[in-house]
Write a protein that binds this ligand. Structure first.
Ligand code: APR
Length: 271
């Protein structure tokens, strides 16, 4: 539960003022945003990969070595209680957007936010209703052909052969989720870079700031003159770069920030 001290409230007011007086606001979202939707983060308290539990079956090189075997292992792990793949699948399948996601949609609708660059693959920004989303690590609801780049909804695909083949070019299909050692799809990476170079404010929400290239985006933005606001219960390697630090959960903080933003716009519109 947030402790709204006068200092905290002042930081929240400063953050709202900065957001409402910025021209192009970009959000870099991480797994922490979905914690209040019941999806564990990867790192930090309660992280899927905390206490040395491995990142299973996520190596792109392993996938390319034997795609058919990779898919067999994937389906097996998805049915294995206790396996991180199983835990994440169950959590994401049952998850729905939390108040943090809904606040982000309203921020976009009211023009306080221009783009969400998300590292999350859980599809919750789309379900919540955001329009301008860049999924830098892909989206687990989709599949992607490694030959032509065609993306297709996983639910529409029948896995009658392994490895699955592209309906357009017969190339091999993988999860749309970006794997370790896999290049970020060029179209998404270029779009992210464009946002980073255009923004005058970046909101860092629920990210440990540890995985590149996403972790570099706030630093590049800052070096280009943007301001940074961090929303996270804990400190991260990005904290020292930030102009305003709001320590707390995004599900509580983002609705409070939105409320202040709406108040500012009411006052400034004089209505
Ligand atoms: N609200 C906001 N932030 C939170 C909350 C919360 N309720 N709970 C935890 N956090 C913070 C943690 O303090 C941590 O800093 O969210 C962050 C989660 O960090 P990670 O699990 O490392 O998530 P992320 O930064 O998105 O990881 C980046 O790593 O494994 C890859 O592809 C994966 O996209 C992921 C990438």
């Amino acid at each position: 539960m947030l402790n709204l001290t006068p200092e905290f409230s002042k930081s929240l007011d400063q953050a709202a003022y900065l957001v409402s007086h910025s021209e192009h606001v970009v959000m870099l979202a991480g797994a922490g945003l979905s914690v209040e939707s019941g999806i564990p983060p990867f790192r930090g308290p309660g992280g899927l990969w905390a206490n040395g539990k491995g990142q299973t079956n996520l190596s792109y090189r392993e996938f390319l070595r034997n795609p058919g075997e990779w898919w067999e292992t994937r389906f097996r792990n998805e049915d294995k209680p206790g396996d991180p793949t199983y835990e994440l699948k169950i959590a994401v399948d049952q998850a729905s957007p939390n108040p943090g996601h809904h606040a982000i949609v309203e921020m976009e609708q009211h023009g306080f936010l221009q783009c969400v660059v998300t590292q999350n693959v859980d599809n919750l920004h789309r379900v919540a209703g955001n329009q301008n989303i860049l999924e830098i690590h892909g989206n687990r609801s989709f599949l992607r052909c490694i030959k032509c780049g065609n993306r297709l909804p996983r639910d529409d695909y029948h896995f009658d052969i392994l490895p699955p083949r592209c309906t357009q070019c017969d190339g091999i299909i993988k999860m749309d989720t970006v794997m370790f050692g896999e290049p970020i799809p060029e179209d998404v990476l270029m779009a992210c870079r464009q946002q980073v170079e255009t923004c005058d404010l970046m909101l860092l929400v629920g990210t440990s700031g540890t995985v590149n290239p996403a972790a570099r985006f706030p630093i590049i933005a800052k070096e280009l003159g943007a301001s940074l606001i961090e929303i996270n219960p804990d400190e991260t390697p990005l904290t020292p770069w930030c102009d305003i630090i709001l320590n707390g959960s995004s599900g509580e903080l983002l609705p409070l920030l939105l409320k202040r933003l709406l108040n500012i716009s009411l006052i400034e519109r004089g209505t």
